[in-house]
Design a protein around this ligand. Structure first.
Ligand code: FMN
Length: 343
């Protein structure tokens, strides 16, 4: 799928999560495979423009995370446009606008989800940013501010007209915060009303939820948030199947039906992989890397550095988890070294 000129090899992305999706976690997810796009934690537009160290750190990313989207929050069109230029200058692939944060500290500054209460102003912010940069500008919103003002379908259309290249919708209102359920029928309505890709967000905590939402909600892609915190492998299990569904559908942005057989197979595979069950075709006693085409394929993947945890025993999985954790600590230490002992 494509967001502007940026191609994603999977229609499944890591949702932005403040305090969680830092560069180390994003790399961990990318190394597990299956994740088409990562989004940074939200970054203050004011902090970027003023060059505040801590803010710049939140926007740090590494090459292996690409394609990477940096999410900014703020309510002033000029400051947001300047911040978008800084993000573009940092080499990010996409700049995303936070229109979903319900936290009063953010919302009271006319940023985050409170932008949804003033759709005209929100459209001005998007327009100013889209004019300021060449990289795609995307918007992440909620269903609306509260149950009396559910306006994601209208705002999504306005965002498209203002130059947004894609929309992500978390199907809860700001008032709901994280209670209740994400409203995927509303997300489907948003997807129906615009031509740009729409990513649905909310409650995809198993790989087969991802696949089912891709099939039923007519969305171009799915964002996975909390599900990735407890299971960073979710993308590998869900993403590959999601890709097959998208390919069968012919157009990930459209709402065409997926043939039932393709869907059944994809869901079954996702389920098996997320539970790490062997394939029904695998014969007992057969070694994963013993011989034949499958073994050769595994060998090739291993040679390319892929981690085939599904086919490995608990010891190997533990060793890999320890190695990943130590890389994560190394990277935090490196970041702190730069922060506290600048050259
Ligand atoms: C700890 C936490 C931090 C979050 N931070 C952000 C954020 O910085 N920007 C944003 O747009 N959404 C943020 N979200 C919302 C998620 O991106 C996502 O839309 C929401 O959690 C629903 O998806 P899920 O059920 O897959 O977690 C955050 C969610 C959580 C749980």
């Amino acid at each position: 799928m494509k967001i502007g000129a940026v191609s994603l090899d999977q229609p499944v992305a890591l949702a932005p999560m403040a305090g969680m999706t830092d560069t180390a976690f994003r790399r961990l997810v990318k190394r597990k495979g299956g994740c088409g796009l990562v989004v940074t934690e939200m970054v203050s537009s004011e902090g970027l423009v003023r060059g505040i160290d801590r803010t710049l750190e939140y926007a740090e990313y590494t090459e292996e995370e690409r394609p990477v989207s940096i999410q900014v929050f703020g309510g002033d069109p000029q400051v947001m446009a300047d911040a978008a230029q800084i993000v573009e200058g940092m080499g990010a692939d996409i700049v995303d606008i936070n229109m979903g944060c319900p936290v009063p500290k953010i919302a009271k500054h006319n940023a985050g989800c409170s932008l949804m209460r003033e759709p005209e102003h929100a459209a001005n912010v998007i327009r100013a940013m889209a004019r300021a940069v060449k990289i795609p500008v995307t918007v992440k919103m909620r269903a609306g501010w509260n149950e009396h003002s559910i306006n994601a379908p209208t705002l999504a259309k306005m965002a498209e007209d203002a130059g947004a290249a894609a929309i992500a919708v978390h199907g809860r209102t700001a008032a709901q915060s994280y209670t209740g359920e994400s409203d995927w029928s509303l997300i489907a309505r948003v997807a129906e009303g615009v031509r740009i890709p729409v990513f649905g967000s909310g409650d995809c905590v198993e790989a087969d939820h991802v696949v089912t939402r891709l099939r039923d909600a007519g969305v171009g892609g799915v964002l996975v948030g909390r599900g990735a915190l407890r299971n960073p492998w979710i993308f590998r299990a869900g993403g590959g199947c999601a890709e097959r569904i998208a390919t069968a559908r012919g157009d990930v942005g459209g709402a065409r039906r997926v043939p039932a057989r393709v869907h059944r197979t994809a869901v079954e595979r996702a389920r098996r992989r997320s539970r790490r069950l062997p394939s029904p075709r695998a014969r007992p006693g057969r070694r994963a890397a013993g011989g034949g085409a499958r073994a050769r394929a595994l060998g090739r993947q291993q040679a390319a550095g892929a981690e085939l945890l599904v086919h490995q025993g608990p010891r190997r999985r533990l060793a890999v988890a320890r190695r990943d954790q130590s890389r994560r600590f190394d990277s935090i230490a490196a970041r702190d070294r730069r922060r506290f002992f600048p050259a």
